[in-house]
Design a protein around this ligand. Structure first.
Ligand code: ZN
Length: 419
């Protein structure tokens, strides 16, 4: 049915002209398209800029309201015809410089929104999904999840440095960026050879990748774990041993402030929820919950990997260290950084340049990572489906060989941002 569009308020020509003349930075709403998508209706707004918006529900009768501050409708804008649950779409102005879009609904819905940054010739898109409330949709989804083939866990493997950033250099001239890439490739090969595991490299050539893009790539790949590979350096030649790092709580809380302030981040799914339609307090609580769980998981993986590295060579310290490393800041992907060995220690530099020794290092990292997934399999994965069957045996192995045992326990060190 067409034409169920009424004007909410006065959308006068004067207001449009004023908006165009004054609002150099105003968000122009160019178009709105509706698409029914199975269990929900998707509304896509085409925008000239990232919007400052608020989405909320009103009952009796059921409505979803979108307010966009400092915005106006393009002259060519036309509200679309209603469809399905949606009885009408109305538009108007709100406040001094804002616009309002009202979705009139036949029943209560749960709205979810996210912002799509510009790409492929399109501008900003604000996507609002209207899910019918009730158990139906979720029940169908969980049955489908149960029936689905268990997925592989995804391990994002990050070769530190690269391109114009060579990292540290050994006495014999070995460059960290080449060592990290070689270890990362070895590790990916070993990971891919495991049942239920899949490796993704953040770089597979000698290229420079900004730190933030590294963990962004991992999140895009829906990684279950992020492992950054490095080689350590020190002023004297005698420093030696592998070490494993995780994000410090201080690093996590400063990152939380950034996430909440950055609209693009808030539109991302954090631990499966979008924060952008939540008020600040709720968003902060959800982010904090996700970060705490992620830090806990990062600590568990880190301990296992360090334990496993300790089986094949010296460790620098006997415990997991913490720092505010940029690459470890994903709020919802457990992340560790492995300093394989000291490139500035001649014996260890030799170890790093030997194919066999490097493969041993990669193998030890794999063992630790696999132990972690065996003990804490993410739901829906091959590990969740297969480890359950022999749980008693695995539990016994972990007890006999507990990576949390004293030599790896104890205090943690903090280090400022670097790497
Ligand atoms: Zn490094």
């Amino acid at each position: 049915m067409r034409g169920a569009v009424k004007s909410l308020g006065l959308l006068s020509l004067a207001a449009v002209l004023l908006g165009a003349a004054l609002g150099g930075h105003a968000t122009e709403i160019r178009a709105l398209k509706l698409a029914p998508e199975g269990d929900h209706i998707r509304a896509v707004f085409e925008l000239s800029a990232a919007p400052d918006y608020k989405l909320f529900e009103i009952g009796n009768p059921d409505r979803i309201v979108l307010d966009v501050r400092d915005a106006n409708f393009a002259q060519s804008f036309a509200a679309p015809s209603a469809t399905g649950l949606l009885k009408a779409v109305r538009t108007g102005r709100v406040g001094k410089d804002g616009v309002r879009v009202v979705f009139d609904l036949a029943a209560a819905v749960r709205p979810k929104s996210f912002l799509q940054p510009p790409g492929d010739g399109a501008g900003y898109q604000l996507v609002v999904d209207l899910y019918k409330k009730g158990k139906g949709a979720t029940a169908v989804k969980s049955v489908a999840a149960l029936a689905a083939k268990p997925r592989d866990v995804v391990v994002a493997i990050d070769a530190g440095h690269g391109g114009v950033d060579p990292g540290a250099t050994g006495n014999a001239g070995t460059r960290e960026k080449n060592i990290t890439l070689a270890v990362a490739r070895d590790l990916k090969r070993l990971v891919d050879a495991q049942p239920g595991m899949h490796g993704v490299l953040t770089r597979d050539s000698d290229e420079f990748i900004p730190l933030k893009d590294r963990y962004r790539k991992a999140r895009e790949a829906k990684a279950d774990l992020f492992v950054s590979i490095h080689a350590d350096a020190f002023a004297t030649e005698d420093a030696r041993g592998s070490s494993v790092w995780m994000l410090s709580t201080r690093g996590a809380s400063s990152e939380a402030a950034h996430w909440l302030a950055d609209r693009e981040n808030r539109a991302d799914l954090v631990g499966g929820v979008s924060l952008d339609n939540k008020d600040n307090t709720l968003a902060a609580v959800l982010l904090d919950l996700s970060q705490s769980a992620t830090l806990e998981a990062s600590g568990a993986v880190a301990k296992r990997v360090l334990h496993s590295l300790a089986q094949i060579g010296p460790t620098h310290r006997g415990y997991v260290e913490k720092a505010n490393f940029v690459v470890l800041r994903s709020p919802d992907v457990p992340s560790i950084l492995v300093e394989t060995a000291f490139i500035t220690n001649p014996a260890e530099e030799k170890r790093l340049t030997s194919n066999t020794q490097r493969e041993k290092l990669a193998g030890a990292i794999l063992d630790g990572v696999r132990e972690y997934f065996r003990s804490t399999p993410p739901p829906g994965t091959w590990f969740a489906a297969n480890v359950r069957k022999d749980k008693p045996r695995v539990a016994a192995v972990l007890q006999a060989d507990d990576p949390d045992a004293e030599e790896l326990g104890g205090a943690v060190a903090e280090r400022g941002p670097s790497s």
